[in-house]
Design a protein around this ligand. Structure first.
Ligand SMILES: [Zn+2]
Length: 156
């Protein structure tokens, strides 16, 4: 049986700082084994029941992997189209190839623009506090679409 699981989460780093949280908003809803959730976290949550709370720590490898220095690069302001608003965190693709990595602007110093194509959470151990809000069998539609339907999931 393939499950659809709803959950609230609070994500912390090693120091206990909150990096992200769904608390106060809608819970996340996802189709188990679909790859939408980190597999190590998915596996833990599939074994839980509605109302269960659990703290789950993932290693760097179970999370978003090590930082790949090859994806960190420096560009020049002049390489961007005039008028581009070079805000920190802005994401874009280098070229029109859909397989090219998304790059984030992580720093701008003078004429230099520092870019990073790593996931923002790469290189970190991740500590999730989760609470299961829903756990049910996936519908045939959800399985054929490859995602969960409903609040916190996919809307058509
Ligand atoms: Zn769908």
């Amino acid at each position: 049986m393939t499950k659809v699981i709803g959950f609230h989460y609070t994500l912390k780093n090693d120091a206990g700082d909150v990096l992200d949280s769904s608390v106060g908003g809608d819970p996340m809803l996802y189709l188990a084994d679909s790859g939408h959730i980190l597999p190590a976290l998915d596996q833990v949550m599939q074994a839980l029941n509605v109302g269960d709370k659990k703290s789950v720590s993932l290693t760097v490898k179970e999370g978003y992997g090590e930082v790949n220095p090859a994806l960190q690069m420096r560009a020049k302001l002049t390489q961007f189209p005039p008028g581009t608003d070079l805000k920190l965190g802005l994401q874009f693709q280098m070229n029109n190839d859909p397989d090219s990595p998304m790059l984030r602007i992580v720093n701008v110093q003078g004429e230099d623009v520092f870019l990073d194509g790593n996931h923002p959470l790469a290189g970190r151990a991740l500590h999730f506090d989760v609470e299961i809000t829903e756990s049910r069998e996936a519908t045939a539609d959800e399985i054929s679409h490859g995602h969960a339907h409903g609040v916190g999931g996919h809307h058509h």
